[in-house]
Design a protein around this ligand. Structure first.
Ligand code: CAA
Length: 282
């Protein structure tokens, strides 16, 4: 199985980053979203990232243009009929993902692998809506995608060894490090990260310390590049709440109970960096 053409679905922060690293590695990429303006915004993010590399003297203008030329804007899922791999990075909503995968299963060639960048939804359940569950796999990239080395590669219950190996090899070509994980709520990354973030929020809620103090402790004391509350704002508090709910629902365990302060911020529309306010103001 040789991957040459890739479709990335969702041109947000994650999808545009994924499209960028695929294009940089020489893959032909369709960057797909439901509206032209969303795709344009994603292309704008990629342009900005590549221009920064040009300014730093790490990339020539010619190479930047060649990378951009590898990417084709797409607003119809039918373009998936030409690709060997789809990486879905749409919103974290099971209903929407099920719909996309049902359609992709009809459109994509029989040999195509269908991957999802979900951060916590079950790969096995997404795979079950298709007639090719052995070709469905999780490729969980970290934000910011161009910088972060990890791809958490998640095997659904039916994912074949061959498909796993193709994705593992491709991850190396993307200059990333794949780590193999099985399909359980939150996988490994968010099962460990989110309870830490949630506990940091409880620490604010209970008045133990200010957000600044908590972040300082974790940065200077544990060598984390950013504190848990800054990171929560960076990920999006709605996403953090959603993942905590997925963990609580999946394991039924009180230790995953989302902090009431997290719920309150989300209800207030304080979702972090993207809305200008979370634990900090932007
Ligand atoms: N896109 C592209 N490049 C970016 C970027 C972005 N959004 N943000 C920063 N960079 C690049 C910068 O250009 C810079 O590149 P060079 O070193 O080549 O010049 C480099 O990253 C370092 O940037 P800065 O010096 O400005 O800032 P920094 O030292 O604070 O590093 C960071 C930025 C790498 C994001 C760092 O703060 C960090 O590691 N943060 C934690 C990131 C993290 O934990 N991500 C995982 C989130 S969880 C997730 O994604 C999964 C999930 O399911 C929720």
């Amino acid at each position: 199985m040789d991957i040459k053409k890739v479709m990335v679905i969702g041109a947000g922060q994650m999808g545009s980053g994924i499209a960028q690293v695929c294009a940089e590695a020489g893959y032909e990429v369709f960057l797909n979203d439901i509206k032209d303006e969303f795709v344009d915004r994603g292309l704008g993010i990629i342009n900005k990232n590549l221009n920064r590399q040009v300014e730093k003297g790490r990339l020539s203008e010619g190479d930047r243009d060649a990378i951009l030329n590898q990417i084709t804007a797409s607003v119809q899922l039918e373009d998936a009929s030409e690709v060997d791999l789809v990486i879905e990075a749409a919103v974290e909503n099971m209903e929407i993902k099920s719909k996309i995968f049902t359609q992709l299963d009809e459109i994509a060639p029989a040999h195509a692998i269908l991957a999802t960048n979900t951060s916590s939804l079950p790969i096995t359940e997404i795979a079950a809506v298709t007639k090719r569950p052995e070709k469905v796999i999780g490729m969980h990239f970290m934000n910011p995608v161009p910088v972060m080395k990890l791809i958490e590669v998640i095997r659904g219950l039916a994912t074949s060894d061959e498909v796993y190996e193709v994705i593992e090899e491709m991850s190396h070509k993307l200059n990333k490090t794949p780590v193999e994980v099985n399909d359980f709520p939150g996988f490994v990354s968010n099962r460990i990260l989110m309870p830490m973030i949630n506990e940091a929020i409880y620490t604010v809620y209970e008045g133990v310390a200010t957000p600044e103090a908590i972040d300082e402790v974790m940065k200077l004391g544990m060598n984390h590049p950013m504190g848990p509350l800054t990171l929560a704002d960076f990920i999006g508090l709605d996403t953090c709440l959603y993942i905590m709910e997925t963990l609580q629902e999946g394991f039924g365990d009180d230790k995953y109970r989302p902090c009431p302060l997290l719920r309150k911020y989300v209800k207030a529309g304080w979702l972090g960096k993207k809305t200008g306010r979370g634990f900090y103001q932007y």
